[in-house]
Write a protein that binds this ligand. Structure first.
Ligand SMILES: Nc1ncnc2c1ncn2[C@@H]1O[C@H](COP(=O)(O)OP(=O)(O)OP(=O)(O)O)[C@@H](O)[C@H]1O
Length: 247
């Protein structure tokens, strides 16, 4: 389960209100697309969900519990630019996703735990179609393959919530549509909630069960930082939600 409650959340940086009066109730397992003009705080919202940033005011709860102020294993994240480590092989890159989760300070796993992590990594690579490339380094992979690797790093932690920041922005159209199929399959299989920032409205409507549009409703031309953005449209895509309930 991963029900998200956002209650009257504000996020301010010195001299700038980024987000204001944000209130949302998102059911477990939904796929939300976050859209809106550049700089309106979509990434900031994702970073609050990840625990990298805290709200200045208001509360965010996951399954009725306040989000802890640091990234937890229940949340995985994938950015537009590949977050993979260039000096590690594909397999090692996935295992490290597990190592960071288990012991963020000590890192390495040994013995039976290491073997179990290797097996899990092999399984995830199989899911995303990268098994045959397990011994390669990221530089030897295409952009789409690198993004599949980044998704694998997040998936090995079996997150309840997957956060995606324009994950397909750098990919060509053909690779994108393959990635859409993969992501929808993984979403159904892992039963995660997904929050995905995208600049591509069509992508949002294709993939998501709910589109959240961020924008400013108040603007003071003399003081551009005085007001923040909020969710101006919260559009449930009823047919997709119905399909999700059946699956
Ligand atoms: N750590 C920070 N300190 C100060 N200001 C910040 C910080 N992080 C973000 N901001 C500001 O918050 C605003 C929103 O940034 P954010 O990256 O969330 O927007 P966005 O909607 O994701 O933009 P884009 O679509 O261009 O990626 C920007 O004006 C940015 O400069």
């Amino acid at each position: 389960m991963s029900r998200l409650s956002v209650r009257n959340v504000w996020k301010e940086y010195p001299g700038q209100v980024v987000l204001e009066r944000l209130s949302l109730e998102i059911a477990s397992g939904e796929f939300c697309a976050l859209v809106g003009p550049s700089g309106c705080g979509k990434t900031t919202f994702l970073r609050m969900l990840l625990g990298e940033e805290s709200p200045t005011r208001g509360t965010i709860e996951l399954d009725g519990k306040p989000l802890v102020a640091e990234p937890g294993p229940d949340r995985g994240v994938v950015f537009q630019r590949y977050s993979v480590f260039p000096h590690l092989t594909v397999l090692q890159n996935v295992i490290i996703g597990r190592e960071f989760e288990r012991s963020p300070f000590l890192g390495k796993l040994f013995g039976a735990k290491r073997r179990a992590a290797e097996e899990e990594a092999e399984e995830v690579l199989n899911e995303v179609g990268l098994s045959a490339h397990r011994a390669k380094y990221p530089a030897e992979l295409s952009g789409g393959m690198q993004q599949r690797l980044a998704i694998s790093q997040a998936l090995i932690r079996k997150p309840k919530v997957l956060l995606l920041d324009e994950p397909f922005g750098a990919l060509d159209a053909g690779t994108k549509s393959q990635m859409y199929e993969l992501l929808l399959r993984l979403w159904a299989e892992y039963k995660m909630s997904i929050f995905m920032v995208t600049h591509d409205l069509k992508e949002g409507f294709t993939l998501a069960t709910r589109v959240l549009a961020f924008d400013k409703v108040r603007i003071d031309p003399q003081a551009p930082g005085a007001y923040g953005a909020t969710v101006t449209y919260n559009l449930p895509l009823e047919d997709k939600i119905a399909a999700m309930a059946v699956a």
